[in-house]
Design a protein around this ligand. Structure first.
Ligand code: GLV
Ligand code: MN
Ligand code: MN
Length: 416
């Protein structure tokens, strides 16, 4: 008996639809940024669905929320799946939500099948994967795996000056019935399901991406300091205009990032100028650079330039610059065993697919030190993501969940 026969497409789609109502935007997307009231409501809904099916819930001190189906040898480490419930400010209905709902559907399919597994099987909703409000991304998984300290994560502030610690208290209150859980507990394996967020599967007419690795990604914050002055009276020679210096820095770096193969990804997604008055020469700019590449050597070459060029340009414009590397993640290869398992379950289900690297970052990239890790991609319409128009087809989402549950059942040691 295949556990995947118990996956119910309508139940999965219904849950995704209900979840997408929390933070729904007028354009059909979702704004459910990390540690907002909407994030808290989504976590509560997940907890209620889990409890109503008899699963137990746990949360750790950074708010990662775990749903557990016990194993027959319950002291064994769990086989874990999951993703995130937070979104970009103009996010879609599936980025993250799919991986959590696919995990819940997998637990329900196991339950419906009546099969017991030796290992417990868990679904985790990692805190602040997006890093949109509180950079960097993958904060919850980063703290869980020891990449970031809890104290540092709690101190990170959003642009309004609210800290993770302050925002987290209210959100964790929503699920205070969850039992406490420590960081870093071993997992037997981790598999995350996600929409691809790019055009490869959809263009090829394929259903399953078996993810082999995640490309490298570094995140920088650049601050440029100038001096306020009157817009009408101050001659050019007397200006220290932080915006003009910052614009020149961005333009020079973007040119340097252009490569023949179009493999380097260079994004300035946040650019804040102060004091923000039209008639005052701006004295302070803070902007971010999100940099990605499939090769560590290339991202390091560009990162070195990001670390020195802002100072040189700022000096030419009588300003000063400070560059901070907020996060730094080399290429993450996934476990050959898990990649092989996902590919074999895909073939058993006769689903067209391929092995492929991930262009996007995911919590799964921080798990390999703890457990053999892999990911399952399903197509998204037109490859669009981080956009309110993000969309996916119910049967593709169900197919990805079928592959997922067959992998989880095998890894957890099904009985009977
Ligand atoms: C995740 O959303 C990423 O930035 O790749
Ligand atoms: Mn995601
Ligand atoms: Mn995302």
């Amino acid at each position: 008996m295949r556990i995947s026969n118990f996956v119910k497409q309508d139940r999965l789609w219904g849950r995704l639809t209900d979840l997408a109502k929390i933070g729904a935007t007028a354009k059909g997307g979702v704004n459910r940024q990390a540690l907002t009231a909407e994030d808290g409501a989504a976590r509560r809904l997940l907890a209620d669905w889990a409890l109503s099916r008899g699963f137990s819930i746990f949360q750790d001190d950074i708010g990662n929320l775990f749903v557990r189906r016990n194993g027959s040898e319950d002291s064994l480490p769990p086989v874990t799946t999951g993703s995130h419930l937070d979104t970009q400010p103009t996010g879609g209905r599936f980025d993250g939500a799919y991986g959590v709902m696919a995990g819940l559907e997998a637990l329900e399919a196991l339950e419906d099948s009546g099969i017991r597994t030796r290992h417990p099987v868990e679904v985790v909703a990692w805190t602040n994967e997006e890093g949109a409000r509180f950079p960097p991304s993958c904060m919850g998984s980063g703290v869980y795996t020891g990449r970031y300290t809890l104290d540092w994560a709690l101190s990170v502030q959003d642009p309004a000056g609210t800290s993770v610690g302050e925002a987290l208290t209210a959100v964790m209150e929503q699920t205070k019935d969850a039992a406490p859980r420590g960081f870093g507990a071993p997992m037997a394996a981790y598999i995350e399901a996600h929409i691809e967020q790019g055009p490869i599967l959809v263009s090829a007419g394929e259903t399953i991406g078996v993810v082999t690795s995640v490309q490298s990604q570094n995140l920088f914050e650049v601050e440029v300091f100038g001096e306020e002055a009157h817009a009408g009276t101050t001659p050019r020679a007397n200006r220290s205009d932080a915006v003009l210096a910052a614009v020149e820095i961005v333009a020079e770096l973007e040119r340097a990032a252009q490569d023949e193969a179009d493999a380097m990804r260079f994004t300035v997604g946040r650019f804040i100028a102060k004091p923000g008055a039209p008639n005052t020469v701006p004295s302070h700019v803070v902007f971010t650079i999100d940099l990605r590449h499939p090769e560590n050597s290339e991202i390091e070459r560009m990162s070195n330039l990001i670390e020195c060029l802002p100072g040189e340009v700022s000096a030419r414009r009588r300003c000063r610059a400070k560059v901070t590397r907020l996060s730094d993640s080399p290429v993450t290869p996934f476990s050959d065993d898990i990649v092989g398992l996902i590919d074999s379950k895909r073939r058993d289900l006769e689903l067209p697919g391929r092995r492929m690297p991930s262009g996007a970052g995911h919590d799964a990239m921080y798990i390999p030190p703890l457990a053999p890790t892999g990911m399952i991609f399903v197509p998204c319409v037109d490859g669009i993501s981080h956009n309110e128009a993000e969309d996916a087809l119910p049967h593709d989402l169900a197919d990805g969940t079928r592959v997922l549950v067959d992998c989880l059942a095998e890894l957890a040691g099904r009985e009977g």
